[in-house]
Design a protein around this ligand. Structure first.
Ligand code: PMP
Length: 431
C-alpha cells in the first residue's frame, strides 16, 4: 500500500519532494512517539515532522485544544481574539525574567522562513542599513531571501541572483574547524575574524543591519555553537549597535532542554525567531524582539495568514503541558541517556567521527571509512535504521550527519529501543 501511494505521488508531484524520496513510506497515522505506515509497519519517530511534533503524534491534550478551537474560529487575520490573547501571554511568559515586559511579539506567516524574513526586515527598518551577516553552514529557509542568508550552499546553488548584501563568517564548528584548530588549543576564536572585519572601517565591510545566528545549526549538521563564541558575538554586536537575531526555529520551544537555546548561552538576543513546534503541530511563526526595535508602520509585515487560531489554541496547550508534565526535565534526562548511548556506539565504530548536540537535538557525524564516502555510509545507516523501525533524517553539508529530533516526551524505554536499533544497524553496516 505504501508503494502504491508513493508511486501515485511520484507520478503527480514535483520532483522537488524530499522526505518521501529519502524515506520511502506513506503514512497512515501516528500515536505518541510512533508513526504507522500504510502497510501497518511501525516506526519510532526521531524526525517528528522536522521537529514540529514536540509532544509526538496526536497528543490528546493538543488534539482536544485544537478541536475546541474549531468550534470558535479558525482564521481571523490579525484581529485580537481570546485564543491569541492567551497564547501571547504564555509565549511572552516563557522569556527569561530579565527580558519580560521589554519584548514585543509580531505574528508572521505560517513558516519559519517568514519569521526570519520578518526579523531581517525589522532590523533593516530599525537601523536604516541593508546588509546581513550570517554564518557558514547556517540554514534559515527556502525562500529567496532566507536562502540568501543561508550558508549551506547546496540548496541555493541552482537559484541565481538572490538578495545582495550578505557576508558569511566562520561558525564555531569545532569538529571541522574552518581554521583547522582544536577546541582545547583554539587561541584564534573564529569570532575574532568577524571582529576584525567589522572594526576595520576601511576594510570594505559595511556595518550590517543584523547578525543572524543559529545557536545550534540544525540543517548544517547539528552543530552547537561554543558558548564563548555566542557570547563574544553578543558582546561585539552590542558594542557596534548591530541587532543580533537568533534563529530558534529548530532549537526553540524546549528542543535543547531550555525553552530557548539562548538561555543556556547566557545571552540576550535582540530578536528571536520561533516556529516549528510553537503551534502544537499547526503552522505559525513569530518573532519576539526588543521594544526599542519597533519602528514599523502599521502593515509593515503583513499578509493573509499572520497567525492561526488553531496554532494559538494548540500552542497554548503545548506550553501548559510543558509546565504540567515537566517536559524540559524529561528532555535533559532522556537526552543524556541518548547522548551516552551514542558516545558508546561511536567508540565502537570508526565510521562515527563525532557525536554532539544539545538536549533532543542530537547528531552523529559519519566520516569516510574503508574506501566508502561519509555520505554513502550515512545513507546506508539511514535506510537500514528505517528498515529496522527508526525514522530520522540526514543533515550536514554532505548529508553525512545522522540527525535525531525525537519527541521531547520520549520515555526511557523508547530511548533504549532507538539505541538498540542503532546498535544493531551499526553492527550490520560495519560488518
Ligand atoms: N530556520 C531554521 C533554523 C530551520 O531549521 C528552518 C527549517 N528547517 C527554517 C528556518 C525554515 O523554516 P520553514 O521550513 O518552516 O520555512
Amino acid at each position: 500500500e505504501s508503494r502504491r501511494l508513493l508511486d501515485r505521488q511520484a507520478s503527480r508531484e514535483s520532483s522537488a519532494r524530499a522526505y518521501p524520496v529519502h524515506s520511502p513510506i506513506a503514512i497512515a497515522g501516528g500515536e505518541g512517539s510512533y508513526l504507522r505506515d500504510a502497510d501497518g509497519n511501525v516506526f519510532l519517530d526521531f524526525l517528528t515532522g522536522a521537529g514540529v511534533l514536540a509532544l509526538g503524534h496526536n497528543h490528546p491534550d493538543l488534539v482536544a485544544a485544537a478541536h475546541a478551537q474549531l468550534d470558535v474560529h479558525t482564521h481571523l487575520l490579525d484581529f485580537p481574539s481570546e485564543a491569541k490573547d492567551t497564547f501571547t501571554d504564555l509565549i511572552l511568559g516563557t522569556l527569561p525574567p530579565a527580558m519580560r515586559g521589554r519584548y514585543k511579539i509580531h505574528f508572521c506567516g505560517p513558516t519559519g522562513a517568514d519569521g526570519v524574513d520578518a526579523a531581517i526586515k525589522l532590523c533593516k527598518t530599525h537601523t536604516g542599513r541593508g546588509e546581513v551577516i550570517a554564518f557558514q553552514g547556517g540554514f534559515h529557509g527556502s525562500t529567496q531571501s532566507t536562502l540568501a542568508v543561508s550558508g549551506l550552499v547546496g540548496p541555493k546553488e541552482p537559484v541565481q541572483n538572490m538578495l545582495p548584501g550578505v557576508a558569511f563568517f566562520p561558525y564555531s564548528s569545532c569538529f571541522a574547524c574552518p581554521l583547522g584548530l582544536k577546541p582545547d588549543s583554539c587561541s584564534v576564536n573564529c569570532v575574532q575574524y568577524l571582529e576584525n572585519a567589522l572594526d576595520d572601517v576601511n576594510g570594505g565591510l559595511r556595518r550590517p543591519a543584523a547578525v543572524l545566528l543559529e545557536l545550534v545549526q540544525g540543517e548544517g549538521g547539528v552543530v552547537p555553537a561554543r558558548k564563548e563564541f555566542a557570547q563574544r558575538v553578543r558582546d561585539l554586536t552590542r558594542r557596534l549597535g548591530i541587532p543580533l537575531v537568533v534563529d530558534e526555529v529548530q532549537s526553540g520551544c524546549g528542543r535543547t532542554g531550555t525553552w530557548f537555546a539562548f538561555e543556556q548561552y547566557g545571552i540576550e538576543p535582540d530578536v528571536v525567531v520561533l516556529s516549528k513546534a510553537l503551534g502544537g503541530g499547526h503552522p505559525v511563526s513569530v518573532i519576539l524582539y526588543h521594544e526599542r526595535l519597533d519602528r514599523w508602520e502599521s502593515g509593515a509585515h503583513t499578509g493573509t495568514f499572520r497567525g492561526n487560531q488553531l496554532a494559538f489554541a494548540a500552542g497554548a496547550e503545548l506550553m501548559r503541558v510543558f509546565e504540567r508534565d515537566r517536559v524540559l526535565d524529561n528532555v535533559r534526562e532522556i537526552s543524556s541517556r541518548l547522548l551516552n548511548g551514542l558516545y558508546e556506539l561511536a567508540s565502537e565504530h570508526e565510521f562515527i567521527g563525532d557525536v554532539r548536540g544539545l538536549g533532543m537535538m542530537l547528531g552523529a557525524e559519519v566520516i569516510s571509512h574503508q574506501g566508502h564516502s561519509a555520505h554513502e555510509i550515512a545513507a546506508l545507516l539511514h535506510s537500514t535504521c528505517l528498515r529496522r523501525g527508526l525514522l530520522f533524517e540526514l543533515a550536514g553539508r554532505n548529508d553525512n550527519v545522522l540527525r535525531f529530533l525525537p519527541p521531547l516526551n520520549l520515555t526511557a524505554r523508547e530511548a533504549h529501543e532507538a539505541l538498540d536499533i542503532l546498535r544493531a544497524t551499526f553492527t550490520e553496516v560495519g560488518a
